[in-house]
Write a protein that binds this ligand. Structure first.
Ligand code: C5P
Length: 227
């Protein structure tokens, strides 16, 4: 059976990872959440006090990049891979609103992007991969057979992210979650290096009013054209 590359891009909390995970499980493909990689670099910078409330030392972060090792380790119980930063499982720590507050600024740095994009391309060199992010169809795998671009209204997205965080016991306010979603979209769309944009040949899916099942069926139909 022919293996393909599936690139899924879109704004924050559009349900990219939900579709990507379901697809990967169904097809027996590898799933890579590239947002987790940018989040882990941001967590490292926070831990090392390279970034913080009133400082953001870009040059120091670039210098430290060789000391940052990222690895996805498959968790059989969960059915997906978890992010390890320098050998430590940081899956929980990278999903906080604090990390979300810095990650888009870290992702603006070209040196950070170059390092992560190279690793992403390496992971996908044998195809049979579903990767989600912001620049997968445009920069990481411009030749991907199937490119999806997910959208949903900001309110729908903020509600989803709020529900996720609350379910994990994070005491957050809906307004700060909404503000973070809007702010990240703004930075991600306007940055110089690899801005978030729909690839010309990507198929747009607005899932504001789609159930999980409806969305999955629609995507599977698209996949079946290639495999
Ligand atoms: O996907 P997630 O919301 O976890 O991504 C967090 C942030 O990482 C994004 O808002 C964006 O700034 C950055 N990112 C990126 N390129 C990717 C994936 C994520 O710039 N391919």
């Amino acid at each position: 059976e022919r293996k393909i590359t599936i690139a899924i891009d879109g704004f924050s909390s559009t349900g990219k990872s939900t579709v990507a995970k379901e697809l990967a499980r169904y097809l027996g493909y590898i799933y890579v959440d590239t947002g987790a990689m940018y989040r882990a670099v941001s967590l490292y910078a926070l831990q090392q006090k390279i970034i913080g409330k009133d400082h953001f030392e870009v040059a120091r972060l670039i210098e430290e990049l060789p000391n940052i090792t990222l690895q996805f380790q498959y968790n059989e119980k969960l059915g997906f891979a978890e992010m390890h930063l320098n050998g430590v499982n940081v899956e929980k720590e990278i999903r906080t609103l604090e990390v979300s507050g810095y990650v888009s600024r870290v992702a603006e740095i070209s040196e950070v992007r170059a390092k992560l994009v190279q690793q992403q391309q390496e992971m996908g060199k044998n195809k049979g991969i579903v990767m989600d992010g912001r620049d997968i169809g445009t920069v990481v795998f411009p030749d991907a057979e199937l490119k999806l671009f997910m959208t949903a209204s900001p309110a729908t997205r903020a509600q989803r992210r709020f529900d996720e965080l609350t379910a994990k016991g994070d005491a957050v306010h809906y307004d700060e979650v909404l503000e973070n979603v809007i702010q990240r979209d703004h930075i991600d769309t306007n940055r110089k290096d690899s801005p978030l944009v729909k690839a010309e040949d990507a198929i747009e899916i607005d899932n504001s009013y789609l159930t999980r099942e409806e969305q999955f069926d629609a995507v599977l139909e698209l996949v079946s054209e290639f495999t």
